[in-house]
Ligand binder design. Structure first.
Ligand code: TYM
Length: 330
């Protein structure tokens, strides 16, 4: 009865990569037995950068289908679309009132995104992490499974919870992150200094969850490694280290075993095996995804059910917040 709560979200703004999968989504279904689990498709975050409306709508269904195909069970987890639950925007507004411009200005993701597109410097991009804090705090969340790139945003959510609690009295739980050590940051296949990202212009730098076998095998073959010809797991060989982490995550084998297995082989042998391993691990997910995508009615029924559950839970917190800040209750 006293289960702790887990919350996380994924944006429907592009095809999901194995970075999204290994850093976040793969862990969601693992957590749903032990925790009271809530997972959102955060479409309101996606409009902080330009979107084609019909594409955004389509990708919302796609992320839901991927959630289900990777094992999320609507009987065990609350699965919903963020824009269906207006409490998120409402709490975001209240949290804006205690957010410091200086702190938001220091968010690295904002700095990156704003330096890339000067002409699209909108206010929502700036307050993006406040909406994320609202997502998390509405559900009295204990743990947030995310990738390393969300660590700073999570810190902000914690700060806002603590600030609100001390200004108005105890209201929010202060959440902790659940960031995986080896897969919290999966790197770009072409430049292992960068994270793997669905928004990278070079499609060879990432593997999508929906890539077919030939594409995956080809991309892994072309992944940048090094010329040391020494199969080792070390920080000095970042490209190879990243591939070994991916191998380990998909196979469940530990790094030591993998290094022993391939110690006397060419990198190319390892890469060939890795490509096939990834493709085979993703195949059942892709098959299930195809089935789900052909039944929009079913997906919509899951969205409706999830929205109802999320509305109920989130309004409990929002009502308290409104009372504490001095809004009249009628
Ligand atoms: P998003 O949609 O960019 O990414 C979804 C999840 O994937 C993780 N991730 C990665 N993990 C490892 N290696 C990578 N290369 C990699 N790329 C992405 C992300 O860290 C994330 O966990 N702001 C969030 C969405 C969000 C959210 C929330 C998350 C909105 N509200 C509340 C948690 C709780 C985002 O843009 O994720």
């Amino acid at each position: 009865m006293n289960k702790k709560t887990v919350f996380s979200g994924v944006q429907p703004s592009g095809n999901l990569t194995i970075g999204n999968y290994l850093g976040a989504i793969k862990n969601f279904s693992r957590l749903q037995d032990e925790y009271n689990s809530i997972y959102s498709i955060v479409d309101m975050h996606s409009i902080t950068v330009p979107q084609v409306p019909s594409e955004l709508r389509k990708r919302t269904y796609e992320v839901l289908a991927l959630y289900l195909a990777t094992g999320l069970d609507p009987e065990k987890s609350t699965i919903f679309v963020q824009s269906h639950v207006s409490a998120h925007a409402e709490l975001c507004w209240v949290l804006n009132s205690i957010s410091y411009m200086g702190q938001l200005n220091r968010m690295t993701q904002y700095k990156d995104k704003s330096s890339k597109s000067e002409e699209n410097l909108n206010a929502a991009l700036f307050t993006y992490p406040v909406l994320m804090a609202a997502d998390i705090l509405l559900y009295q969340t204990d743990f947030v499974p995310v990738g390393e790139d969300q660590r700073q945003h999570l810190e902000l959510a914690r700060d806002l919870a603590i600030r609100f609690n001390s200004k108005y009295s105890d209201t929010f739980k202060v959440p902790d992150n659940l960031i995986q050590k080896e897969t919290g940051k999966i790197y770009n296949l072409k430049n292992p200094e960068l994270k793997m990202s669905k928004s990278d212009p070079d499609a060879n730098s990432y593997i999508l969850m929906l890539d077919d076998k030939d594409t995956i095998v080809r991309k892994v073959k072309r992944a940048v490694t090094d010329s040391l010809a020494n199969f080792n797991y070390s920080k000095e060989q970042k490209g190879l280290q990243n591939l070994i982490n991916i191998y380990s995550a998909f196979s469940g084998e530990d790094v030591k075993n993998i290094v022993n297995k391939y110690r006397n082989e060419n990198y190319s042998v390892f890469k060939e095996d890795l490509g096939i391993l990834i493709a085979e691990a993703l195949k059942p997910i892709q098959n299930e995804y195809d089935k789900l995508m052909s039944d929009k009615g079913y997906l919509e029924s899951i969205m409706k059910e999830g929205a109802e559950k999320a509305r109920y839970l989130s309004y409990k917190t929002l009502r308290k917040v409104y009372k504490k800040v001095g809004f009249v209750q009628i």
